[in-house]
Design a protein around this ligand. Sequence first.
Ligand SMILES: Cc1cc2nc3c(=O)[nH]c(=O)nc-3n(C[C@H](O)[C@H](O)[C@H](O)COP(=O)(O)OP(=O)(O)OC[C@H]3O[C@@H](n4cnc5c(N)ncnc54)[C@H](O)[C@@H]3O)c2cc1C
Length: 500
Amino acid sequence: MKNLIPDFADHLKTAGIAFDTRNVTPYASDASFLTMGKPGLIIFPNDEAQVLEVVGYASRNGIALTPRAKGSGTAGASIAPEGGVIVITDRLGVVNPFGRRLGLPTPRFYTAAGTEILRDALDSHRNDEVYARVGAGLSTEELDRILLPLGWQCAVVPSSGWSTIAGNFATNAGGNGTPKYGTFQNVVSYLKMVVSRPGGAEVVTVTDRDTIRDLAGGQGLYGIITELDVRIAPRLSKQELHSSFCSCLIDDVETLGEVVGAFMVEMEKVTRPIIAEFMMADKRLFKPGDKLLTHPEIGPLFDYPEGSYKFIMMYQGRRDEMAELASVANRFPKVTFQETGTETFKILLDLRKAATGKSPGRVAIPGFEDIYVQDPRDLGRVLKAIYSITEGSLPGRPIGHQYTGGLVIHYRPLASLNRAEYKLAWELTQRLCAEVCTERYNTVKRREHGLGLELYALSSPAERARLKALKARFDPVGIFQPHLMSESPDIRFVGDKLYA
Ligand SMILES: Cc1cc2nc3c(=O)[nH]c(=O)nc-3n(C[C@H](O)[C@H](O)[C@H](O)COP(=O)(O)OP(=O)(O)OC[C@H]3O[C@@H](n4cnc5c(N)ncnc54)[C@H](O)[C@@H]3O)c2cc1C
């Protein structure tokens, strides 16, 4: 078959659109550590007009495109098949015409109904749903920096604050704010997208909330998002904020999970946290002599007897909406409640973020990500299964988010930088998936980060029909991510090369 890349590259050169055909190795994988081989062409459009040009050419010539922003997704959704074309979207709306990221853009603000709110009038909308219109390439961390002087913040921020807002929508990400506001499908009210049309491309806008919810988690299947409205929330003062942590120490991990699960069910009935995160306490997070171990509130959390298990939950929310937490904890003799200041809470939250992958000198191997435990009362069984597979093997610890109506668990084995440990870590994640991602545990795989390469393979017949209908509407030419619509996706661990 004719290699279409050289002609595409010539076209891009003539159109003045940046691209690379040589330095492609960094794009062969993403935070999933999966690969389908090296792509053949990476395109870096600066704005919507350039995206239109790229999609129009691909549409006329039947060339498949994979949108990719920061590549922080953990399901392989931003990698292309060997020799394929990747379109980088993290410049959209955040660079000047020369592709330079200069300062932070000034967003416009809108109500849920799409009426513009002037910047100076924002504060009179503290009790309303307010949205910021942002370029696809802006991250939640950047938007938070823009909003800080205005007294506002992003409603939902994943632990990967550097990932783009369009990428978060395309994976239906969750994070801080999700217990109160939902995942990204619930916090976007307007989308602008470049889609394929027979013989070319078109810019479409979507404002219908049902369609937006349907498109969330689309993983680049329907087109390239260039702009979107994302919900923001008033920043609460220290006085308005309740911050606390609860912990539970038991020497049997299954009982521990049962107690914590029952506690979560009860606290959800009477509180409304904005942030609800958890981690298993693990001393291997620290280097010897780490000063956090002597922190008066944090140090004692990690000082517990060998052979027992400790679960730490972190909660933050509006003081009036969290008032009942202490009394719920009091009803559970094994659960300790401690209110804390915002500074200590932030340290603890950073520690929880780092716990995803931190262990000095080791690398966290993804693969057992985003396991949605639909009923917290199943936490005991799930923890027992995780520990019976991983204990005595590589370091690692379950961490996650407590969302309303379920929890999301991640466990990444931590491998030293050598072939044997990479292999062992990957095998552990596969064993964990085979055991825990089953009906027996009442879990759902990757509801939060998207199914990535397994999107079609793991979807029900009804879900497949929904995907196809959206494809026909937004990508009738079928150029966006066609490999995701496969019953038998090509899934390879990038580390295979290391231990082959
Ligand atoms: C340490 C770490 C912590 C994480 N924490 C969380 C967390 O707390 N919660 C959570 O939900 N996820 C989390 N993730 C996963 C990840 O950050 C999210 O999936 C993120 O939303 C992806 O954003 P991105 O900009 O990196 O997109 P990419 O990974 O580059 O792309 C992800 C998908 O979005 C599509 N896409 C990207 N941009 C566009 C666009 N403009 N138009 C159309 N499609 C597009 C791509 O095609 C791909 O399918 C974490 C990941 C890591 C590595």
